[in-house]
Design a protein around this ligand. Sequence first.
Ligand SMILES: Nc1ncnc2c1ncn2[C@@H]1O[C@H](COP(=O)(O)OP(=O)(O)OP(=O)(O)O)[C@@H](O)[C@H]1O
Ligand SMILES: [Mg+2]
Length: 453
Amino acid sequence: MKRPQSSVLLVEDDPDQALIVSGFLSRLGFAVVSASDAEEAIGLLEEDRPELMLSDINLPAMSGIELLSTIRPRYPDLAIVMMTAFSSIDQAVSCIRIGADDYVTKPLHLLDLQGRIERALESRATKTRLQQLESQVRDRHHFDRIIGQSSAMQRVFHIIERAAPSSATVLISGRTGTGKELVARALHYHSRRASKPFVDINCGALPEHLVASELFGHQKGAFTGATEMKKGLLETAEGGTLFLDEVQSLKPDLQTMLLRALQERTIRRVGGRENIEVDVRIVAATNKDITEAVRRGEFREDLYYRLNVVTVYLPELRERKEDIPLLIESFLKELAPDGVACHFSSEALRTMQNYGWPGNVRELRNAVECALTIGRPPTLGIEDLPPHITGLTKVGGAERTGGPRTLDDVERVHILRILEELNQNHTRAAEVLGIDRRTLYRKLDKYKIEYSE
Ligand SMILES: Nc1ncnc2c1ncn2[C@@H]1O[C@H](COP(=O)(O)OP(=O)(O)OP(=O)(O)O)[C@@H](O)[C@H]1O
Ligand SMILES: [Mg+2]
């Protein structure tokens, strides 16, 4: 079906031919502009941005093929149909290869031309749409710097997208290294508060009275050592976001103070009498099961509900293993020296895929950084990973010399693996290795592997 507003650039050096074709296309409802050589065509493409170019191959000076290869990369959305001589199938093939959508042979059959132009417009539109979709799919694998293609992480992205613009309080839960702080920052930077401060406090890192003065500030002389008036973080974060990390470790008195601040949107500095209005969005995080603390009566239920208006749960990395390759790839890109394209051996990748990652994404990031530091890019092997991940513990022997590893090296690593597998049981290890215990000890000494008899 023809779209009435479609515009066509006709490139044809034969004036009679140009007149016939442009007349025909105009009658079909296309807006036609004409050029008689490649140079003029390039100018008109830039000026008029037509949707389709219909160009002859035999043009004076720059040929139609050259024109095609010049403009194709520049205008990926432009539909292109070339007009070739009837006899030259070779030319037609090159045109398609260089990126034309179709070709027509001369002498022109006008009805055939109409069909091909319409199909070219359609197929170009589909290709463009496909490319847009593909790039959208790629974009779905990260949100800012948060990476993940697992359905769990897709859900996290969705929640962030929806919750960020509101001022709703968000409670992020997840074990250590799962990305809680990353999510908290994303919430802030995608909100209307982005230009105001993002302030964070680790509620578990300070003694109770200091947390109070950190959060609410204090008047001069409020307690020993309070020599100056100090604003609290709730005031410092005015207009922005306050990230309460490890919120589950807030002591009961502080929970009460915080609850009051959230309910009344005002605070009182320690030792102060004045109520100060605050406009701060609260994002809290917990790495423990806070509902358990609520059940045990250690965390106020009313505060829990105040904080938990929107919940973001970050699963452990071992529960979303499909994110591991993507994370590795992204950390390699980010951390590789001078942008060298680095990769892991398939053995190393397999090991990382199967490892349990108790430290979650942080541990994975550190492992990649370790491998980049001690390995020799661009290829990183299993021996470059931290030993507790590969099971190659207590490697105190031969240094890495580079190049192919010696037989001794292979023997040392094998012995270490067997010992690890058998929980350092030397008798069993010797049996499995097919040597006696004395020989095993000799080898352990030789390879400087620590052991206790
Ligand atoms: N999905 C992710 N994509 C990319 N990087 C991530 C992701 N999750 C975590 N990281 C990275 O892992 C590290 C730890 O993340 P973060 O500090 O947000 O974890 P956390 O949950 O706050 O941990 P903790 O409970 O120990 O404070 C950071 O370097 C962060 O950039
Ligand atoms: Mg954190």
